[in-house]
Design a protein around this ligand. Structure first.
Ligand code: 13P
Length: 252
């Protein structure tokens, strides 16, 4: 069966020293009080090589927030999937709405990134989600279906390695969380799209995380839904107390 996962996305926060301190503190807290779900921290590139060796890999996975759409070569400033993997990281967030909106990521670049991530044995956390105007026009299903279709070229085996994250853009960093009903409804729809394409078994095994103003106070209600398999956490992942509060939503 699919895994429950709580993943942190640190975004562009924390100096190297602050990031190391945060990872150490989280590691201590989770080694002392083992989580009932998989935990992943996705950090800026420069933190990966320092953070990977200081966390207990049986408790915390490490991931990047992006990778290049090219394998190697003259692409100044880019970081390849192979480089990410060489730090010991196991995951990479791809297609975050901030990357799509501010850095012009397209379906084509994302396809290339997903393929390179998988070739380098990184597990993509692939983000989809509508903006407010699309939700207001009741177009959220169309939007997520189109975004998801961009990874439907993959074989069932490769698709099976992907974690999906539904992040309504209107809920990211706004304090406006999707209601548990809204999350369940669209997660169930996303799972049905996966089932239509790859069959029920692959769909049942796909973890679909919710992201957008997830906090200790709303995590339990969100994660209690049958199709919400955890969260992708921004702001609240920057504090051990808050992040652990969300992780503990999977405890009785
Ligand atoms: P917030 O939890 O800060 O709303 O961010 C969500 C997010 O974008 C995670 O990728």
């Amino acid at each position: 069966m699919r895994k429950n996962i709580v993943a942190g996305n640190w975004k562009m926060n924390k100096t190297l020293q602050e990031g190391i301190a945060l990872a150490k503190e989280l590691n201590e807290a989770l080694v002392a009080d083992k989580p009932n779900c998989d935990v992943v921290i996705c950090t800026p590139f420069i933190h990966l090589a320092s953070v990977s060796p200081i966390v207990d890999a049986s408790v915390i996975g490490v991931g990047a927030e992006n990778c290049a759409d090219k394998a190697s070569g003259a692409y100044t400033g880019e970081v390849s999937a192979a480089m990410v993997a060489s730090t010991g990281a196991q995951y990479v967030i791809l297609g975050h709405s901030e990357r799509r909106e501010y850095y012009g990521e397209t379906v084509e670049t994302l396809k290339a990134k997903v393929e390179l991530a998988l070739e380098n044995k990184l597990l993509p956390i692939f983000c989809i989600g509508e903006v407010l105007a699309e939700r207001e026009a009741n177009k959220q299903n169309e939007v997520v279906a189109a975004q998801l279709a961009s990874v439907f070229d993959l074989s069932a085996e490769d698709f099976g390695k992907i974690v999906l994250a539904y992040e309504p853009v209107w809920a990211i960093g706004t304090g406006k969380t999707a209601t548990a009903e809204q999350a369940q409804e669209i997660h169930a729809y996303i799972r049905s799209l996966v089932a239509d394409k790859y069959g029920k078994e692959v769909a049942d095994n796909t973890s679909i995380l919710y992201g957008g103003s997830c906090k200790p106070s709303n995590a339990k209600e969100l994660f209690a839904n049958p199709d919400v398999d955890g969260g992708l956490i921004g702001g609240a992942a920057l504090s051990v107390a808050d992040f652990k509060g969300i992780i503990d939503a999977f405890k009785a």
